[in-house]
Design a protein around this ligand. Structure first.
Ligand SMILES: [Zn+2]
Length: 201
């Protein structure tokens, strides 16, 4: 405000040009004075609590808190948090289902067509494993973390250029929208193994 007063002449109508992003991030319409939240940790807690209460969308979340709390990047951070929210992503996915066959996985008749992907833990190490259901040919690769699993799968799929079907256990990293849409793009069918039937352990 002090900056505005310094530059604007009194009794003169002045227009300020700004992009919608500026408008949302830097200006706030409110009837009560919101609290400044400068601490990053507090910001995170507020985002988490507000969103996780009911997993509502961005607009509603912002509406819920913007009268009470304010920090400059709150809109951006909220958007990012919601975009990465596993529950919301899962719901979004279930509302527009990419068809995933349930039931029996076909028995492969050739090698390299159907593979089983899994994450395998040994002590503190993680590995991504990929086994050809027909030939039992196994590719195993150590991974640092489970971030961007799609890239790691893409990498390992180079050993299986003809793959049409992938079976996976209920590894959470493989149930994300990102993973499913990658498989859809590659025209690979995903089969989620029934845990009771799982034979690889
Ligand atoms: Zn959510």
């Amino acid at each position: 405000m002090t900056i505005l007063k310094e530059f604007l002449q009194p009794n003169l109508v002045t227009a300020i040009y700004c992009t919608p992003e500026d408008l949302y991030d830097k200006f706030l319409f409110t009837k009560i004075f919101p609290m400044d939240i400068p601490n990053k940790e507090d910001q995170g807690t507020i985002i988490e609590q507000t969103h996780n209460r009911a997993h509502r969308g961005f607009d509603e979340n912002i509406k819920q808190i913007s009268s009470f709390d304010y920090w400059p990047k709150m809109h951006k951070q909220f958007k990012e948090y919601i975009r990465n929210c596993e529950i919301c992503n899962k719901n979004k996915y279930e509302r527009q289902p990419i068809k995933i066959p349930i039931g029996e996985v076909p028995i492969p008749k050739e090698k390299g067509i159907q593979i089983h992907i899994d994450i395998f833990y040994a002590q503190s190490l993680k590995f991504i494993t990929c086994i050809d259901s027909y030939s039992k040919f196994l590719v195993i690769k150590q991974i640092e973390d489970k971030i961007n699993l799609e890239d790691k799968v893409l990498d390992i799929l180079q050993s299986f250029p003809n793959v049409k079907r992938i079976t996976i256990d209920n590894e959470p990293g493989f149930t994300t929208v990102q993973f499913k849409s990658l498989m859809q793009r590659l025209q690979i069918e995903i089969f989620f193994c029934n845990q009771n039937q799982s034979t690889t352990d």
